[in-house]
Write a protein that binds this ligand. Structure first.
Ligand code: ASP
Length: 735
């Protein structure tokens, strides 16, 4: 072994521990790494109570909700709880001016009234298994990244199909990479497909405070909604059927309404999506000084247009509600992230760490592979800038547009018609395409969209180099006097994709050139794939697609591959440099545990944030003039009558939210917040603004997750909605 100087050893050991309560831990390793510390903090159960493959454990009551949230079971009849913002697009899809569930809330009076949600799934983790050795055995560090990836992908496919076969395809298996390809774990999951909406408060409770309060403490949002899992008569996953029955779970949460106090143990069990705790200063520099400010500026413009339109018209407010929320969510998070990371001077912190890493790498010959790592990163992050910028401009300005969302599914549908040789099938395929057109344009307003697209095009052309301009750009110069606005006018006047009637006419008259069909329909206006390809919006998208495929992706993709291999090595180096530190892997939307305690904080000099809020704060914010702060009359009545049922705190106040220092991320929305006895005390739904930086750096002084107190959930269901019958199927304790 090489000798390392005492000074260096001291340096290394001085950063060999994690900051308090940082970390998102893998349930499989809780026994080994965390349970002792959890118990010291007050946790009363064992690691097996959390995760066990042989008998029911808490993990069986937690699942992925849809594509990006978490939910938990709260009854033996498959009743599940998640956030209002997680169920939002479903609630919106069921809403209309006549049945405005966003504004008025929705409560199914009985199981028959619960609303089905095509496409919505929940996913349970059945078990996970460490397959690192098997995956690692197929590659070595000398192989190029491309070859390595091919080998990894193929062994992972083998592992996955072996497992699926073993279970007769009852479960799905997916090998996930952890620590940037330094560990591999296979996730075996079961997906349920009949999920029905049971209840949701009005947005004036479930989204109270709107964008103004989003990511902010103190918070008063009743962010919850209720769904139910249905299964077939054998309790197995099934497509929607009126014959399905409520799912009988292995495990569901007992709800504790005895309340919380500062310092209490809390645990979050859920699916954090994406974090980057181990990346170097160079990558962070690009994020906070280039990507975040640009994306914030792009979304600023979109939001200004959408917000104005939503304020002016009630129908628009319903139509654009879900879109607006998702645009605003990222926008505000990035703003907070930048403020937070700059305040703690993350670049300097990372640079200091990198200096130590360099010294460690230089101190021994057997660390040669790490010696140029940081300078390679520095070079790469300089080179990648141009393409990274082109990539996110393409995504934000072109790909994330409503018309792209219409274009692609419509293209797929008519392509199917185009390819079919069976002319008897054409009518039913057309019917599918017509239904798709109806749904896709349901929440689309061409006037608003045109205003947005005009601005997106200007941003794209004003901020990127000519090498990223699509072919039609020269047409703007020659045929439209160089005016983007004139060109966009032309697009919206002539494209079938922005006009429901035109699009339906087109689908009705679409055929694949079949002469028999043509003869049979000779009195009808007929269209072919050629007409579709000549639609001006389709031309635009195809030109942009070529730019992305040939000008951006090959360069950007190659550099991302290089970055992946550097990340892999850097992670490995960091773990070798600090062999005694217990690392947790970055979030990758796999099941994790975070634990900590209920705690207030000081966001600024001279300002102290309490750890909980109450209904008093809702009333303080009440302002009928402002949509987001318009408190429902019934809630005010309950407040003034102090009619809080069994749910008030010791001071007789109605608790709403609380904060704790659990390390969470996007995807943890809807996660159960669990007390020391494994009971449900709330639903995680957000972080404080000062905390959004925790995706890159968790600072225990500022990072707090926000939980909706379960007592407020029950109070709203019981007292506000009069849906107390739902409480009958829950197990509620007060100790
Ligand atoms: N609001 C986030 C979510 O939707 C949670 C978070 O980022 O803390 O998952």
């Amino acid at each position: 072994m090489k000798k390392i100087g005492l000074f260096l050893l001291l340096l290394i050991s001085s950063f060999s521990f994690l900051k308090a309560d940082e970390g998102m831990w893998i349930p499989l390793f809780i026994e080994k790494y965390n349970i002792e510390q959890m118990q010291q903090k007050g946790f009363k159960l064992t690691a097996k109570d959390i995760y066990d493959v042989n008998q029911a454990s808490i993990k069986d009551a937690v699942m992925i909700f849809g594509g990006g949230c978490t939910a938990e079971l709260i009854s033996d009849k498959g009743l599940i709880l998640t956030n209002h913002h997680c169920g939002y697009s479903r609630i919106q899809a069921h809403s209309s001016i006549e049945n405005d569930y966003l504004t008025d809330g929705f409560w199914a009076g009985s199981m028959e009234e619960e609303l089905s949600n095509p496409g919505l799934t929940v996913t349970f983790l059945v078990y996970m298994e460490d397959v690192t050795e098997r995956v690692m055995s197929v590659f070595n560090e000398n192989m190029s990244m491309t070859i390595r990836q091919i080998k990894i992908d193929s062994v992972c496919t083998v592992i996955e199909s072996e497992i699926e076969k073993k279970h007769n395809d009852k479960y799905e298996a997916l090998v996930e990479s952890f620590f940037y390809g330094n560990q591999y774990i296979v996730m075996v999951t079961e997906v349920f497909r009949d999920i029905r909406l049971v209840g949701a408060p009005p947005s004036s409770i479930g989204k109270f405070g709107g964008d103004t309060d989003n990511w902010v403490w103190p918070r008063h949002t009743g962010d919850f909604s209720l769904f139910r899992i249905y299964a077939d008569k054998n309790n197995q996953p099934a497509d929607y059927s009126p014959d399905n029955v409520p799912y009988k779970p292995k495990k569901y949460f007992t709800i504790d309404i005895s309340g919380i106090k500062e310092g209490d143990f809390t645990m979050i069990f859920g699916y954090p999506g994406y974090t980057q705790q181990y990346i170097p200063s160079f990558t962070i520099d690009n994020i906070i000084n280039m990507e975040n400010p640009d994306k914030i500026a792009i979304r600023d413009i979109r939001l200004q247009i959408i917000n104005k339109a939503m304020q002016a018209d009630r129908k628009t407010r319903i139509m654009y509600a879900a879109k607006q929320s998702s645009i605003a969510n990222g926008w505000k998070k990035w703003i907070g992230q930048n403020i937070g990371l700059k305040r703690i001077n993350i670049i300097k912190q990372k640079q200091e760490y990198e200096l130590k890493f360099q010294q460690w790498a230089d101190a021994s010959d057997d660390r040669n592979i790490y010696k140029n790592l940081l300078s390679d990163y520095e070079k790469l992050e300089q080179e990648i800038k141009t393409y990274q910028k082109a990539q996110y401009y393409f995504i934000e300005c072109i790909y994330y547009t409503d018309v792209w969302d219409i274009y692609y599914p419509i293209y797929k549908k008519i392509d199917e018609i185009d390819k079919t040789t069976d002319i008897d099938k054409i009518d039913s395929l057309k019917q599918n395409a017509l239904t798709a057109a109806e749904n896709l344009l349901k929440d689309f307003d061409a006037v608003i969209d045109k205003e947005i697209f005009n601005e997106m095009m200007k941003l794209y052309f004003n901020n990127l180099d000519k090498e990223f301009y699509p072919a039609f750009y020269s047409k703007i110069q020659t045929d439209f006097n160089g005016s983007i606005e004139e060109y966009v006018d032309f697009l919206y006047e002539n494209s079938i994709l922005v006009d429901k009637t035109k699009l339906k006419d087109f689908i009705n008259g679409f055929y694949n050139g079949n002469t028999k069909y043509k003869k049979k329909n000779k009195d009808k206006a007929l269209y072919t794939m050629n007409d579709f390809s000549n639609d001006p919006y389709v031309v635009l998208f195809n030109d942009f697609r070529s730019v992305y495929t040939y000008q951006i992706l090959p360069h950007f993709g190659k550099m991302v591959d290089i970055r992946d291999s550097l990340d892999h090595l850097y992670m490995q180096g960091q773990m070798k440099m600090e062999p005694d530190k217990i690392f947790y892997p970055d979030a990758n939307f796999t099941l994790r545990i975070a634990y900590g305690s209920v705690k207030g904080f000081r966001p600024k000099d001279g300002l102290i944030y309490d750890y909980y809020t109450t209904l008093d704060g809702v009333i303080e914010k009440d302002n009928p003039e402002i949509y987001d702060y318009n408190v429902p009359e019934k809630l005010k009545k309950l407040y003034y009558a102090k009619d809080f049922g069994n749910y008030a705190n010791e001071e007789g106040k109605m608790p709403v939210c609380f904060i704790a220092d659990n390390h969470t991320s996007g995807g943890n929305s809807g996660s159960p917040v669990i007390n020391a006895k494994g009971q449900l005390i709330g639903i995680n739904f957000d972080r404080c603004w000062e905390s959004t930086m925790s995706d890159i750096e968790f600072d225990p002084n500022y990072c707090r997750n926000i939980t909706l107190d379960i007592r407020y959930v029950l109070f709203i269901i019981d007292k506000f909605a009069g849906a107390g019958y739902l409480l009958d199927e829950m197990t509620i304790v007060k100790e």
